[in-house]
Design a protein around this ligand. Structure first.
Ligand SMILES: [Mg+2]
Length: 163
């Protein structure tokens, strides 16, 4: 079965937008790496996952992809804290039972956690896609809105079934 890795933040849930809004409210300078790391380490992920909207029906799309039995699906997500790990596992187990979740420490490449060779990664982050492709993986860009891009691009996860 084709290995398919799906990113979480910015692909399944719009946590990027939620967390950036909170940072703005707290007047955190997003260019200050120390401040941002500190913010993410102490973030209440139970609340974040509760208030953040799903992007373009991603949960149902993943269920649809799984139902085809063509892909061995895992969620492959960067994490900044123990709380983030616990809450993301809880979320995936609840909303996508039977789907694996693999957590990667923020400072490590996703390609160090799993073997990218011949596997698909759907991700919204350019650096992740570049590393994935360099290591022999198939990189697919996810974006909420379709636009020109050097990689294949999708705005709904189940569009992978048409590729
Ligand atoms: Mg992402």
């Amino acid at each position: 079965m084709q290995k398919l890795y799906i990113d979480f933040d910015g692909v399944i849930l719009d946590t990027i937008e939620t967390t950036y809004k909170i940072m703005d409210n707290l007047k955190i300078d997003k260019k200050n790496e120390t401040e941002v790391i500190h913010f993410f380490q102490y973030l209440d992920w139970q609340n974040i996952l509760l208030v953040t909207p799903v992007i373009n029906d991603s949960i149902n799309c993943i269920k649809r992809i799984k139902a085809t039995n063509k892909y061995d699906i895992s969620i492959l997500t960067h994490v900044n804290s123990y709380n983030e790990i616990v809450q993301k596992i809880k979320y995936i187990n609840k909303h996508l039972p039977g789907i694996n979740i693999i957590v990667v420490p923020k400072e490590k490449s996703k390609t160090k956690m799993v073997d990218p060779r011949g596997a698909i990664l759907i991700d919204d982050y350019k650096s992740n896609l570049r590393e994935w492709k360099e290591k022999g993986g198939i990189a697919i860009k996810f974006s909420k809105k379709m636009r020109e891009y050097p990689y294949p691009i999708i705005d709904r996860l189940d569009k992978i079934l048409e590729m």
